[in-house]
Design a protein around this ligand. Structure first.
Ligand SMILES: Cc1cc2nc3c(=O)[nH]c(=O)nc-3n(C[C@H](O)[C@H](O)[C@H](O)COP(=O)(O)OP(=O)(O)OC[C@H]3O[C@@H](n4cnc5c(N)ncnc54)[C@H](O)[C@@H]3O)c2cc1C
Ligand SMILES: *[C@@H]1O[C@H](CO)[C@@H](O)[C@H](O)[C@H]1NC(C)=O
Ligand SMILES: *[C@@H]1O[C@H](CO)[C@@H](O)[C@H](O)[C@H]1NC(C)=O
Ligand SMILES: *[C@@H]1O[C@H](CO)[C@@H](O)[C@H](O)[C@H]1NC(C)=O
Ligand SMILES: *[C@@H]1O[C@H](CO)[C@@H](O)[C@H](O)[C@H]1NC(C)=O
Ligand SMILES: *[C@@H]1O[C@H](CO)[C@@H](O)[C@H](O)[C@H]1NC(C)=O
Ligand SMILES: *[C@@H]1O[C@H](CO)[C@@H](O)[C@H](O)[C@H]1NC(C)=O
Ligand SMILES: *[C@@H]1O[C@H](CO)[C@@H](O)[C@H](O)[C@H]1NC(C)=O
Ligand SMILES: *[C@@H]1O[C@H](CO)[C@@H](O)[C@H](O)[C@H]1NC(C)=O
Length: 527
């Protein structure tokens, strides 16, 4: 008896999950049941798939994930801590059941199966550790890991401040901050993680510690982009920044303007005239309708963008224009209109150098053309698939703020110039497409990357100030891979600059000598 979705479980996730997840198990073990009973006995709310599958809290914990593939996993139980002490108690119990897998869930927006979900293990959901409390001097806010960015933005709005957050309100705080976090405010204040001043963390030995500049400073650094293998974060203390009315929202364009849009994106990123401005440019190809269109997310931290900032975009005919002056929280909320539940997703990440002038435009537009060609040739055999490609500017201004804030695990430097963080997104309807989706994601991104590296070898990115020789293999601008957009078989931490992977690995071993996290929960590993 495994709850309402039990019957479809094995078949539906089978192929995809078994590629990624040695932990996936189709049945709930006696030890998992015993761990759930022990958790329940602590008094912390624990709901089992066996007995509580009609409980609304259980249903939300088990099934409210962005990707429908993840929502098919059935935990032995979901446990709902309301304090760091509760999380510590949960870790103590889990240490007594060393063969029971577990998962930590925040917003459930990750796309890797078995990372914030578990098939047959203990699901620790942070949904009841989700408050946002501003400090007395209003310089920082304490944010619970179960919160979503829209809730954070709404809670801070009355004080005319906000934090460096996700760009869609529905995304969770926990995963986004631990993977670095790219925000509309990043060109002003760095990555989201650069703004964290303290992490309250439960370690593998159940100790509750503060990781900050003076307490566990190595762990503090590792949590800034190193992911979920170091501890369970129970509170983030994050710097606030003043915010008033902002301008922005979504514009949809016909695919026939692809080249003009991509040229405008390249110009915007090459010569960042105003750090208060930000964009995400996404091109979408829906196989069934053969529809090709672009959605561009615009942002300006001010009531109206000054002339010049978005001129090249404004010159392109638009089909739908939702950009307007509004509060920051309303903007995050409006951006959620693109956020569709009920589909299965894979996301893959790449970093491209922002090359100067014609080479830069050719790299970006050539990339789109090849992606589209792939979708039209290979994808056409797969009804129901949507292919999308996102261009996310990463100008040198962002690492400049990261470095000024003390640095993070990604290790980027402003001297390496301007980059583009690419995100390739594959959406489809049923488990039957899982194998194809994975093969296509691998194939198209590998093809694009080798084309880019061989065609544009030896050209330095705009604003590059290094003295190193730019070759196809060293310092060519194809790293780091952004963890928050990375697929389970990519190696983002290994791609971090400056040999940071080795340092992360050493810190992981030091705080978790028994391998509590690597052995028992999904995530990007340090092994
Ligand atoms: C529609 C959409 C929009 C996005 N927009 C942005 C964006 O603007 N900027 C950006 O940087 N990224 C963005 N992302 C990527 C996003 O940051 C990642 O998917 C992130 O992992 C989601 O975090 P979550 O808490 O919602 O996810 P979850 O799936 O709940 O968690 C993701 C990972 O973090 C771990 N984790 C979560 N909480 C904790 C905790 N408290 N302690 C330890 N580990 C924890 C989980 O175990 C899991 O491995 C977006 C993704 C989507 C799908
Ligand atoms: C769980 O946390 C609550 C506070 O939110 C506390 O009252 C309770 O004693 C804790 N239980 C355990 C077992 O830690
Ligand atoms: C926030 O800004 C508004 C509009 O400028 C102002 O009326 C209000 O007093 C401010 N609130 C705080 C707490 O500063
Ligand atoms: C850092 O951790 C120490 C030890 O727990 C704590 O006393 C201090 O307040 C923390 N600093 C910040 C900025 O939270
Ligand atoms: C885009 O830029 C390229 C290279 O500069 C140019 O050849 C092309 O005409 C531009 N296309 C559009 C539509 O702006
Ligand atoms: C970059 O911006 C500056 C100031 O806004 C301008 O003078 C310069 O011409 C721009 N350069 C390019 C290549 O667009
Ligand atoms: C614009 O496109 C997005 C998909 O990227 C879609 O979700 C949204 O509904 C479109 N907006 C309008 C107003 O049609
Ligand atoms: C990759 O896709 C191309 C078509 O675009 C196809 O010819 C090739 O067989 C695919 N390769 C793999 C390994 O799937
Ligand atoms: C728990 O582990 C941390 C990190 O290794 C260590 O500093 C701390 O002393 C340990 N706590 C206990 C109670 O052993």
């Amino acid at each position: 008896m495994k709850g309402p979705h039990g019957a479809s479980l094995a078949g539906a996730i089978g192929a995809l999950a078994s590629l990624a997840l040695p932990l996936a198990s189709a049945s709930i073990s006696a030890n998992a049941k015993a761990a759930c009973s022990a958790l329940s006995a602590t008094g912390i709310e624990t709901l089992t798939s066996e007995w509580d599958w009609l409980n609304p809290d259980y249903i939300t914990a088990q099934s409210h994930y962005w990707s429908a593939a993840i929502a098919e996993q059935i935990p032995a139980c979901a446990v709902f801590p309301t304090s760091a002490q509760n999380v510590s108690q949960i870790v103590t119990v889990l240490n007594e059941y060393p063969d029971v897998p577990f998962a930590i869930k925040s917003g459930g927006h990750g796309s890797n199966v078995g990372w914030s979900s578990t098939d047959g293990g203990v699901l620790i959901t942070m949904s009841k550790l989700a408050s946002t409390v501003i400090s007395e001097d209003r310089a920082t806010a304490d944010i619970g890991p179960g919160s979503r960015w829209i809730e954070v933005a709404r809670a801070l709005e009355p004080y005319n401040v906000t934090v460096v957050s996700g760009r869609l309100g529905d995304v969770g705080v926990g995963g986004l901050l631990l993977g670095g976090g790219l925000s509309f405010l990043s060109t002003q204040y760095g990555l989201a993680c650069d703004n964290v001043v303290n992490y309250e963390v439960v370690l593998a030995n159940a100790s509750i510690v503060n990781a900050n500049a003076t307490s566990y400073p190595d762990l503090f650094w590792a949590l800034k982009g190193g992911g979920n293998q170091f501890g369970i974060v129970t509170k983030f203390t994050v710097k606030t920044h003043p915010i008033g009315k902002v301008w922005g929202g979504i514009r949809n364009y016909s695919g026939k303007h692809a080249e003009a849009l991509i040229n405008a994106t390249h110009d915007f990123n090459s010569n960042f005239s105003d750090p208060k401005a930000a964009i995400i440019v996404t091109g979408q190809i829906a196989i069934d309708s053969l529809l090709e269109f672009f959605t561009v997310f615009f942002f300006y931290d001010g009531e109206t963008p000054p002339p010049g900032v978005f001129d090249k975009f404004n010159a392109i005919p638009v089909d739908i224009d939702n950009a307007k002056t509004q509060s920051y929280a309303d903007l995050l909320d409006g951006d959620d209109s693109t956020n569709i539940y009920g589909l299965r997703y894979l996301i893959r990440a790449a970093t491209l150098p922002n090359l100067p002038s014609t080479a830069g435009r050719s790299l970006y537009y050539g990339h789109f053309k090849a992606f589209k060609e792939y979708a039209m040739s290979e994808g056409i055999l797969h009804p129901g698939f949507t292919f999308s490609i996102a261009y996310q500017p990463m100008p040198y201004l962002i690492p400049m703020h990261s470095v000024a804030a003390g640095g993070n695990a990604l290790g980027m430097t402003p001297e390496s110039g301007d980059h583009m963080w690419m995100d390739y997104n594959f959406a489809w309807l049923t488990g039957l497409g899982d194998d194809d989706a994975h093969a296509m994601a691998m194939n198209v991104t590998a093809t694009l990357e080798s084309w880019a590296q061989s065609t544009f070898a030896g050209i330095a990115a705009t604003n590059y100030q290094g003295s190193m020789q730019v070759t196809a293999l060293t310092d060519a601008g194809y790293t780091p891979i952004f963890m928050n957009d990375a697929m389970y078989d990519q190696l983002p931490a290994q791609s971090y600059e400056d040999g940071n992977y080795q340092r992360l690995k050493t810190i992981q071993k030091a705080v978790d000598p028994t391998g509590f996290f690597p052995g028992r929960t999904g995530g990007f590993k340090y092994t």
